[in-house]
Design a binder for this molecule. Structure first.
Ligand code: ZN
Length: 184
């Protein structure tokens, strides 16, 4: 019980501390493109990825919506996730609102925006973990805990321009969310 209360308090504290957010989904996408100008992967490699599952977890009290995907690429499975803050929910179907379902219940909310800065993002794939996690943390656009700071192990830097961004799994999930009308 006390750990539940602690988690809840930490969650609220974290929400309050991260008022000044720097990046939108559009900004993180563009930053990832700019950070690796010669790559043939990431934004060029989202077609084979299938989003097998999308889970919506609305928190009406704190006006957030957590979206977790299951992204499958051949035999690999990862979980891109985005937390949207400042979400406007409605009690019933309203003109202009979009509908989601969670645990068998319907929720109505204003369509989410690619240009809204009130987001944090994460994926458990190596690309996000090694290249973006730390810089998204600095940019206040990281969902959850940050990895330990980069230690130079003699190899080339994983993210030489030190830019925040997102992996191909998040890019594909956002594309699907756009196609179903949740994000514009
Ligand atoms: Zn990923």
């Amino acid at each position: 019980m006390s750990s539940l209360i602690n988690n809840y308090m930490n969650f609220n504290k974290w929400l309050l501390n991260d008022v000044y957010l720097e990046s939108s989904l559009q900004g993180l996408y563009q930053s990832a493109v700019d950070a690796f100008p010669r790559t043939t992967k990431r934004q060029h490699a989202i077609d084979p990825i299938k989003i097998e599952n999308l889970r919506f977890v609305p928190y009406l009290g704190v006006k957030t919506l957590f979206i977790k995907g299951l992204a499958q690429n051949e035999t690999k499975k990862y979980n891109p996730m985005i937390l949207f803050k400042n979400v406007t929910y409605y009690e019933e179907a309203t003109a202009g609102a979009v509908r989601i379902e969670s645990e068998g219940r319907r929720y109505f909310l204003d369509r989410l925006s690619m240009d809204d800065n009130h987001i944090v993002i994460r994926c458990n794939c190596p690309d996000f973990h090694w290249r973006f996690n730390f810089y998204n943390h600095l940019n206040k656009s990281l969902y959850g805990s940050k990895r330990t700071r980069y230690e130079n192990q003699g190899g080339p830097p994983a993210n030489p321009m030190e830019k925040e961004g997102m992996c191909k799994h998040a890019m594909k999930m956002i594309k699907i969310l756009s196609e179903i009308g949740i994000i514009s």
